[in-house]
Write a protein that binds this ligand. Structure first.
Ligand code: ZN
Length: 201
């Protein structure tokens, strides 16, 4: 087995804080990335004199890498809120629940819609946008009283922001409400929701 640092291992190294050569002891603990993001369970050596981290064991590289990736993915998400009527909210929740998804993940239905629009030929995409524009279910006239927090990836956001103007709808909530109606009416939406629930989150 190649060298693995264990709690209690000692090293000598330069401490930036003491500006001197120092003794340090390895142990598991939290380190901070340059932007302050904390990474737990990192094997690092702390200066005996001041407690500053003077070295991080190579074996902790995967933990640091995954913490950095998680932070970047988080930063790349965008949050917004949309308002829908309670019957429409219930409908969306039951669509999700029926497929084993978290009923609060409205974003999955939008993702399913976007994936139908992107997977098809441009005629299909136009047809979907037109269906959104033409949606006229009475449920759309009800007071939008339920607020959903939408947590969208930058990619999904970009596609929604491209489709929305094509539909001529200015308000994102309005667009989303109509997408939910279309998701109930389109013959391929079932399949698309199932796929997104299974493979994409
Ligand atoms: Zn020190």
């Amino acid at each position: 087995m190649r060298h693995v640092c264990k709690p209690g291992d000692k090293i000598r190294g330069v401490c930036e804080n003491c500006k001197a050569l120092a003794e340090a002891l390895y142990g598991y603990g939290t380190i901070k990335l340059d932007d302050g993001t904390a990474v737990e369970n990192v094997m690092r050596a702390l200066c005996d004199d001041c407690g500053e981290t003077i070295a991080v064991a190579h074996q902790s590289a995967p933990a640091i890498k995954s913490a950095r990736a998680k932070r970047d993915a988080e930063k790349a998400r965008l949050r917004t809120t949309v308002r829908v009527s309670r019957p429409l909210a219930d409908f969306a929740a039951s669509q999700l629940l029926d497929r084993g998804a978290n009923p609060e993940r409205l974003d999955l239905l939008l993702k399913a819609f976007v994936s139908m629009a992107l997977d098809g030929a441009s005629a299909r995409r136009t047809a979907l946008v037109n269906a959104v524009k033409a949606a006229s279910d009475p449920v759309l006239n009800l007071r939008p009283e339920v607020t959903f927090q939408l947590d969208l990836s930058r990619q999904l956001w970009a596609v929604l922001k491209e489709l929305q103007p094509q539909s001529g709808l200015r308000n994102l909530s309005d667009f989303v409400r109509r997408v939910l109606v279309v998701m109930d009416e389109d013959s391929q939406s079932d399949e698309s929701v199932r796929r997104v629930v299974l493979y994409g989150t």
